[in-house]
Design a binder for this molecule. Structure first.
Ligand code: FAD
Length: 318
């Protein structure tokens, strides 16, 4: 049973979702935002200080920034449902969104997907407890806090190498811990890492413990053979990959190899322009489409684009 058809339903309440909501609301489309129950407000609610979101010269607490984004969207008429989307049917003209807890399915002409992605965790003791207290998953976000320190980067792929190289701008020493005999990164990237005098690769070791009371004091590295090594460090950057939250859309929308939603520009005349369309009437924005940048301001920018693309689609079909 369906009570009404909405113009825009937004799945996810991170920077992409709230920015899409503000734009759609200001266009008079009365969007409904389904927040998700595990992380209403998105990934930034799990961090303390955000120093790189424009407009906040003194920095801003992640939860404050997200509460303000929500308030801004609501001020213009966005509606908010604290719920989780359990399933979707996106291929027809009218989309169906089934909430986990709400009484009935929701029907919409357009859907904006902004479900984000999750950094893969190591599962080492101390990792969760010291999250935001020296344990990080994003050098661009947190590297500047580690000026003059020793930091450990965990991982051996291109992302881990990029994180390690970026961290050499701040840290005195970067220890790159990787469990295999060789870095998995591309040859060029691995060579740049191995040539950098600030980076010490520690191959054939696994980080098996992250130590410290209130903040990171070091990591325990376990080699393939031989005794554990205690490595003193003030920061640990875990760069073992991320997983976009797209299981709801598999089989309906195109995904890349890592599971991100594929997007294109809605106009076939503008194939070179980047857009947010994933299916007719379905648009996606933020970390769920982004294997590279994964920054709040990028997600917010894409949220704005998704709302504008949805608006253009609604104009076309009306
Ligand atoms: P997210 O913020 O991840 O939001 C996804 C939303 O989707 C959530 O609200 C979730 O509840 C919802 N959702 C998921 N599944 C469902 C479902 N089935 N139904 C309904 N809702 C669903 N970036 C910076 O620019 N600067 C920083 O300083 C910075 N620090 C960071 C610190 C930490 C600890 C982390 C984890 C990330 C940090 N980032 C930072 C990265 C930034 O948080 C992300 O790039 C940004 O949040 C991505 O926004 P998004 O809207 O795409 O997704």
């Amino acid at each position: 049973m369906y009570t009404s058809v909405r113009d825009v339903v937004i799945i996810g309440s991170g920077p992409a979702g709230w920015t899409a909501a503000t734009y759609a609301a200001r266009a008079g489309l009365a969007p409904l935002v389904i927040t998700g129950v595990e992380q209403p407000g998105g990934a930034l609610t799990t961090t303390t200080e955000v120093e790189n979101f424009p407009g906040f010269p003194a920095g801003v607490a992640g939860p404050t920034l997200m509460a303000d984004m929500q308030a801004q969207a609501v001020r213009f008429g966005a509606e908010v449902e604290f719920d989780q989307v359990a399933s979707v049917e996106l291929t027809g003209d009218l989309k169906t969104i089934v909430p986990e807890y709400g009484d009935e399915p929701i029907r919409a002409r357009t859907v904006i997907v902004s479900t984000g992605s999750e950094y893969l965790h190591l599962g080492a003791p101390g990792e969760e407890r010291l999250g935001g207290r020296g344990v990080s998953y994003c050098a661009t976000c947190d590297g500047a806090f580690f000026s003059g320190s020793t930091v450990v980067v965990v991982g051996g792929g291109d992302s881990a190498c990029e994180e390690a190289l970026f961290l050499t701008r701040f840290a005195d020493q970067v220890i790159l811990v990787h469990r295999r005999t060789e870095l998995r990164a591309s040859k060029v990237m691995a060579e740049r890492v191995l040539a950098n005098r600030k980076i010490r690769p520690m191959l054939e070791h696994q980080v098996t413990d992250i130590c410290g009371q209130d903040k990171v004091a070091g990591v325990v590295c376990t080699p393939a053979t031989g005794p554990d090594v205690l490595v003193p460090a003030q920061g640990v950057f875990i760069a073992i990959g991320s997983s976009p939250r797209t299981s709801l859309f598999a089989g309906q929308a195109a995904l890349d190899r890592a599971g991100h939603l594929r997007v294109e520009h809605p106009s076939t005349r503008l194939l070179d322009a980047s857009g947010t369309r994933t299916l007719p009437g379905v648009f996606a924005a933020g970390d769920v489409v982004d294997p590279v940048y994964r920054q709040a301001i990028v997600a917010a920018g894409e949220g704005a684009k998704a709302a504008l693309d949805a608006q253009g689609y609604l104009d076309e079909i009306s």
